[in-house]
Design a protein around this ligand. Structure first.
Ligand code: SF4
Length: 245
């Protein structure tokens, strides 16, 4: 168990240590360029995070790009000119999301908050080496953002965008179906454990950075630890895993 834990933690640290590489949120080049452009369009990343619920992730993350195409731009000053009724119409007409009414409001209020609270510059959310708790709290303040979205946003900023932070104590794991399955099969969680329980198991295992397991378990789940017929022989945990399948 201890060796397995060390191995997963090492993979998590290795992922954090890699140099920044363009993140493939959607696998659409122009869309990913927009989402990765934290210099000019930091609000695109924030909006992408807020849209990422109840539909497939790549469909949700495409929304900022689709809006950019419709409006012929994605400057915060231009987005701020939109009325809620305009945003509603865009969402409904283009069927961006399963929850178009709700997501239009989330979009509209997010732009308003970025304009008023962050002077139109969303990167103020993560500037000046904040603590992880500050970043998670700032994302929680957006309408429609719960702990899952907020910790996912903080983890993406730290691990993938390499944004400096004072600490990682508040970056929890965001258990999706892959993380849930892997945690149970490797024996970190019991088969009946809820996803909320998994968050606390990760905190217990690595209090300084509970979200360290997020991407490594996602990788294992997506590549080898499939729901049916896991490819254990190819998995780097094979020698250590109790394989509770
Ligand atoms: S060894 Fe098999 S059961 Fe264990 S994590 Fe890897 S794929 Fe899953």
């Amino acid at each position: 168990m201890d060796r397995l834990l060390q191995k997963l933690k090492k993979r998590g640290h290795d992922l954090v240590s890699l140099p920044y590489k363009k993140i493939e949120f959607t696998k659409n080049e122009e869309s990913d360029n927009l989402l990765n452009d934290l210099e000019r369009y930091p609000h695109a990343f924030v909006i992408g995070c807020l849209m990422d619920r109840q539909i497939r992730a790549n469909r949700a993350w495409l929304i900022p790009y689709k809006i950019k195409k419709i409006l012929n731009g994605f400057k915060i000053q231009d987005l701020y000119q939109l009325k809620l009724s305009d945003v509603r119409e865009i969402f409904k007409k283009n069927a961006f999301h399963r929850l178009n009414e709700d997501m239009a409001k989330i979009f509209y209020l997010a732009i308003e908050k970025i304009q008023h609270k962050y002077n139109g510059n969303a990167s103020e959310i993560w500037e000046n080496n904040p603590s992880s708790a500050t970043i998670v709290r700032k994302f929680l303040e957006f309408h429609g953002s719960g702990p899952k979205i907020s910790t996912m946003a903080a983890n993406t900023l730290y691990r993938d965008f390499k944004i400096p932070m004072k600490d990682c104590y508040s970056i929890d794991i965001s258990p999706d179906r892959h993380v849930d399955r892997v945690f149970k099969r490797i024996g970190f969680a019991h088969k009946n454990d809820k996803r909320e329980t998994i968050i606390y198991i990760a905190r217990d295992l690595n209090p300084k950075y509970p979200g360290i397991f997020d991407l490594s378990c996602y990788e294992i789940g997506a590549n080898w630890c499939k729901p049916k017929n896991p490819i254990c022989g190819n998995c780097y945990l094979f020698q250590l895993c109790p394989r509770h399948i």
